[in-house]
Design a protein around this ligand. Structure first.
Ligand code: GTP
Ligand code: MG
Length: 221
């Protein structure tokens, strides 16, 4: 039986995450590289919304991450508010070889703040590091913006499989931290009234393998 056959009830955690950023920055290829280890040089612009699930075992617990991929092009976008609803994390992607995609981050951050949850984890991703000869945005600029806006930051290449897994895993672990802190806060303020209606338990970070943990140092929050 594959992971896809598991009933949602068997997962300790289900996280919704979304991909945002200008068209052609590589959102769909980051997703397909992460989930299926596939890359397409001739990929088409996304129309509407596509989904993927990524299941992982952490210790003896199952974690399911839903990843939503939408169109960067305005005319292909739909239902912006439902896209953001319930999202606990976002990969906000720009293309290091397209200055406009970096300049437009301001617009995307406004949208995130309008529709997204206030404690949504945001990972800023500068994609296409394999095209360093055509670089228009330095790593320092990306880093500085992330620092100013309180975002995580990473540069990636979907083509070369560079930092792709790291970016998604980092996002997932940051969501875990926010989620578990929220549960702790709720517990201390209303110790008697809290009941585990979803049947989900908290997983412990020390159960995460050392290899996955080593990428946790990049955040500015
Ligand atoms: P929309 O769906 O329109 O919003 O675009 P998108 O952000 O999903 O971009 P997509 O993944 O479709 O990639 C756009 C183009 O960039 C394609 O030709 C990809 O092959 C290319 N591309 C994506 N990632 C990389 C990368 O890391 N390096 C290089 N060199 N090209 C990439
Ligand atoms: Mg796409």
């Amino acid at each position: 039986m594959g992971m896809a056959d598991y009933d949602d009830q068997e997962f300790e955690y289900i996280f919704k995450t979304i991909l945002i950023g200008d068209s052609a920055v590589g959102k769909s290829n980051l997703l397909s590289r992460f989930v299926w280890d596939r890359f397409r040089l001739d990929s088409r612009p996304t129309i509407g919304v596509e989904f993927a699930y990524w299941n992982t075992q952490v210790g003896d617990k199952l974690v399911k991450t839903q990843i939503w991929d939408t169109a960067g092009q305005e005319r292909f976008r739909a239902f912006t508010s439902s896209y953001y609803r319930g999202a606990m994390g976002a990969l906000l992607v720009y293309d290091i070889t397209q200055r406009t995609s970096f300049n437009n981050l301001e617009k995307w951050l406004r949208e995130i703040r309008e529709y997204g949850d206030s404690d949504m984890v945001i990972m800023l991703v500068g994609n296409k590091t394999d095209m360093c000869h055509a670089r228009e945005v330095s790593e320092e600029e990306g880093q500085r913006l992330a620092e100013n806006e309180g975002l995580c930051f990473m540069e990636t290449s979907a083509l070369e499989s560079f930092n792709v897994e790291e970016a998604f895993l980092q996002l997932i672990f940051q969501i875990y931290e926010v989620t578990s802190k929220k549960k702790l806060d709720a517990k201390s303020s209303q110790a008697q009234t809290i009941t585990p209606t979803t049947g989900k338990k908290i997983l412990h970070l020390d159960e995460v393998s050392a290899d996955q943990n080593q990428h946790m140092g990049c955040c500015w929050r």
